[in-house]
Design a protein around this ligand. Sequence first.
Ligand code: ATP
Ligand code: MG
Ligand code: MG
Length: 312
Amino acid sequence: MILTVTLNAALDITYRVPRLEPRSSHRVREVVERPGGKGLNVSRVLAALGHETLVTGFAGGPSGERLRTLLAEVTEEGPVGDALVPVAGNTRRTVGVVDEAAGDATRFNEPGPQITPAEWDRFLETYDGLLHDATAVALCGSLPPGVPVGAYGTLVRAARAAGVPVLLDTSGEPLVRGLAARPDAVKPNAGELAAITGTTEPLRAAEQVRRRGAHAVVASLGADGLLALTPDGSWRAEPPRRLAGNPTGAGDSVVAALLAGLVEGLPWPDRLARAAALSAATVRAPAAGEFDRAVYEELLPGTKVTAQLVAA
Ligand code: ATP
Ligand code: MG
Ligand code: MG
């Protein structure tokens, strides 16, 4: 089973309005609720690819209950196992208002419930237990209030001690602290890479991140594709064309493809080709955690993976 961790899961609510105007009332045309959070997106994509997967993290209060109900319902693509740890606080809601005239969205993200030290300890016990049955683990997203900033360092070390390959996808100080524990891979996007290295040159930044502890760095560069520095070699991967659509969750699909390719024993270039095609197909789907299967199958054969020269 592939395990994903989302410490700051969310109940994602989208309102559609004909046109968004400040200081006025709006008639909401449609309300859609979805399970939200980066690891949950990864697991949904993995399930759709036919992999057995389980999500853990925290869920609490009425919005936590709703999140779990929705998670149980997203099984048309494939079942996602629920090992979320109950907490006293209410799971955060993320609210997006889609302006149908402009075709864009305005988002409001709650910070998340305060996690108590006892709840964090309970999570660590659950996580250690789940690692026994995991073939790989992904640690995804931001930390809720109350969780120590070094949390990902602790979770990376536990995975490595259990012999489970671990991929970290987060930003800022939690990423810096996780890197020091030497994860098997990290997947920063261009902004996350620049923020922790101080350089906007992706190759130099990725080399620096690798020196700081990651065995492999897969940098996602939006429509420019992927840059990967791995123990087996370095490559760039690009989909055959740029796609217009909704890029939210494209990075989560990169993580899903990398984990799927790892547990299937694929060589790195094949993992990267799949990651580029799958993430592009995610841009063509309406929401994070989903992808357009026909677009994925159409793009995969034309996805280019080329060797990248790196500093010795
Ligand atoms: P997330 O919202 O999941 O956190 P991210 O910011 O981490 O996303 P991006 O770098 O934006 O990740 O996108 C991930 C990958 O998706 C890119 O590396 C690329 O392969 C693919 N991708 C993104 N935008 C496009 C696009 N417009 N056309 C084709 N592929 C794209
Ligand atoms: Mg992005
Ligand atoms: Mg991302």
